[in-house]
Design a protein around this ligand. Structure first.
Ligand code: AGP
Length: 603
């Protein structure tokens, strides 16, 4: 939710900042802007829309400026306009600020500052920050002004500030929203996510909640929430920046779909030992597995859908009751958790505000917490008692694909480990898990045939996804993928529920994607398919090969799952590709769907 970048060093800041913005564009693309600390003042360029539009406006900025900040926005307060684009300035134009998150008390602060004679240009909450900095003498001493400003702000946010006359300083403040400092040679970088600076350095320190940092070309000083100087241990980021590039694919989403088998292999690496699960490699202690008597999963969006699959797996394999909540509901529903409940937060980014808040709630109540995340060093990973990484590599497309299937793999591993700890070991499934990368590769080789089906779907303005049991959870994810990138209205239903109302919407030609990977529910599902067919629906069956005979022409593709429990991982891919090709056929911006952002750090 908004990406912020800063640079101070002995090179020209502008190209470094623009490159960083492009890497962070997945966090929002409503507007973009840059501020450079030039000798005569702070020079700004900003524009509504994507970074590519901003690039057409950069020619008036001064050359060879070694310090600056930049921003790519996901609008919260104020429409996506030039005026509301960051960086924002004070009245003198000597201070510039980029901000991610929400200043909750901005309305009061704005009133107060206007009464003191400050002039506001935008409708944003963010603009109070440069004016407060000005009020507290930031044009002379930015760091002290930032310390005073920080005390006035409420909410969850991160901001960077620069001031004319202080050309070797970027002040960075982190309160909840992520902020990472990349440590370079005679240069330092600041960003919401380390992909912004991985071309230049893999050494980084992660600011803790409440930290403030003074970053110059040759030094980084950090103070904690109490104002005490602290040392934050640098870590080395192992991601290869080439993973964050498109590598010949038309879209990141397609690349990320196609690289799933490799991501699955990375996720499983070292976690299967013979017929058993190596739980320590998942960040867990085996002695804890028998302590937990229930599991509460919290997550948002796609990660929530992975959680639904996880529930089916853990309940069926380990015999442990599992609840799954959308994090934004969990945090406010005053949950009544049983003792000995493991609270499991699932999040690709590890920075989703509601998921983090749910984790904090569980911690406050004394429950053990475990995070499944793709982001090493993320807030979720650091705040949970234990973390297991999906190792899917950077996921850049807003629509989650490989993160989702690796989350399901982690949940499968957890389910099997919990099952074994309760005397219900399933060595057959453990062995079959290891087959999934090869089966995924095999299916992808034939996947092009789905394109025609997707192009037919692309002509519809509404569609339905149905399934039973674990297939219903998979259907939920299928419909989300379709909605978010193709903008076709899609809804998922438990197949048996349609006749309780929704069947009224099934008319001639309405597409129904039916997921059929569970042999024990096959007959029941088929009856529901017959009901919609009788009303003229066009069926798009995504089935397991074991169902082939019953489905005939109604199946558009089949996966070869070694077990019904492992089918969701494979069945996800056709659903992702259907959505992808439908969105391409409709000419939509697949990687950057409207109104969305990759990392939702506001509630
Ligand atoms: C789905 O394609 C979206 N990207 C979205 O639903 C996402 O899964 C959700 O915002 C949660 O993100 P997280 O996994 O980073 O917490």
């Amino acid at each position: 939710m908004c990406g912020i970048v800063g640079y101070v060093g002995d090179q020209d800041a502008l190209p470094i900042l623009v490159r960083g913005l492009k890497r962070l564009e997945y966090r929002g693309y409503d507007s973009a802007g840059v501020a450079l600390v030039a000798p005569a003042g702070v020079a700004l360029a900003k524009s509504q829309g994507k970074v590519s539009i901003l690039e057409t406006r950069l020619n008036l900025l001064p050359d060879s400026t070694p310090c600056g900040i930049a921003h790519t926005r996901w609008a919260t307060h104020g429409a996506p306009t030039d005026e509301n684009a960051h960086p924002h300035s004070d009245c003198s134009g000597q201070i510039a600020v980029v901000h991610n998150g929400i200043v909750e008390n901005y309305a009061d602060l704005r009133q107060e500052l206007i009464a003191k004679g400050h002039h506001f240009i935008s409708e944003t909450d963010s603009e109070v920050i440069p004016h407060l900095l000005e009020e507290y003498g930031g044009t002379e001493d930015l760091l002290t002004a930032a310390q005073k400003t920080e005390l006035r702000l409420q909410g969850a946010y991160a901001f960077l500030a620069v001031a004319a006359g202080q050309p070797d300083l970027v002040v960075a403040v982190r309160r909840a929203s992520p902020l990472i400092i990349g440590l370079g040679e005679r240069a330092n970088y600041i960003a919401s996510d380390f992909s912004a600076f991985l071309d230049d350095t893999h050494r980084a320190l992660i600011l803790e909640n409440g930290d403030m940092a003074a970053v110059s070309a040759r030094a980084v000083q950090v103070w904690d929430a109490a104002g005490d100087a602290v040392e934050r241990e640098p870590l080395v980021i192992n991601w290869d920046i080439r993973q964050a590039e498109r590598g010949g694919y038309a879209h990141f989403m397609l690349k990320e779909i196609m690289e799933q088998p490799e991501a699955w292999a990375d996720c499983l690496l070292g976690r299967i030992q013979g017929d058993g699960i190596q739980v320590e490699s998942m960040g867990l202690l085996s002695e804890n597995l028998t302590r937990w008597r229930r599991v509460q999963i919290v997550a948002a969006g796609t990660a929530y859908h992975a959680g639904l699959v996880g529930k089916a797996l853990i309940e069926n394999l380990a015999g442990i009751p599992v609840d799954v909540d959308v994090a934004s509901e969990f945090r406010y529903r005053h949950p009544l958790l049983f003792p000995e409940t493991l609270v499991l937060a699932v999040s690709q980014s590890g920075e989703t505000a509601d998921t983090l808040a749910s984790l904090y709630l569980a911690k406050e109540q004394g429950f053990p917490t475990y995070a499944i995340t793709n982001s090493v060093g993320s807030t979720l990973a650091r705040e949970a008692d234990a973390a297991g990484y999906t190792y899917a590599g950077p996921e850049i497309a807003v629509a989650s694909t490989k993160a989702y299937t690796t989350q399901i793999l982690m949940l499968s591993l957890l389910a099997l480990a919990l099952a074994a700890a309760r005397g219900r070991a399933r060595p057959d499934l453990v062995r079959q898990l290891a087959l999934l990368p090869a089966l995924g590769e095999e299916w992808l080789e034939e996947s092009e045939s789905l394109r025609d089906h997707a192009e037919r779907l692309a002509k519809s303005d509404q569609m339905f996804y149905i399934g039973r049991g674990i297939d219903y959870a998979v259907a939920m994810e299928g419909q989300l993928k379709m909605k978010e990138i193709s903008y076709i209205h899609a809804e998922a239903y438990p197949a048996g529920e349609l006749k309780h109302g929704t069947l009224a919407l099934i008319t001639s030609g309405v597409p129904v994607v039916a997921i059929a990977t569970q042999p024990d529910l096959a007959i029941k599902l088929w009856s529901n398919v017959a009901e919609v067919k009788a009303r003229g629906a066009s069926i798009y069956g995504v089935i397991d090969h074991s169902q082939r005979r019953a489905w005939g022409e109604d199946a558009i593709t089949e996966v070869r799952s070694p077990s019904p429990f492992l089918a969701p991982v494979l069945a996800a891919m056709p659903l992702q590709l259907l959505a992808y090709w439908a969105a391409v056929a409709r000419g939509e911006d697949v990687d950057k769907p409207r109104n969305l952002a990759k990392s939702v750090t506001v509630e």
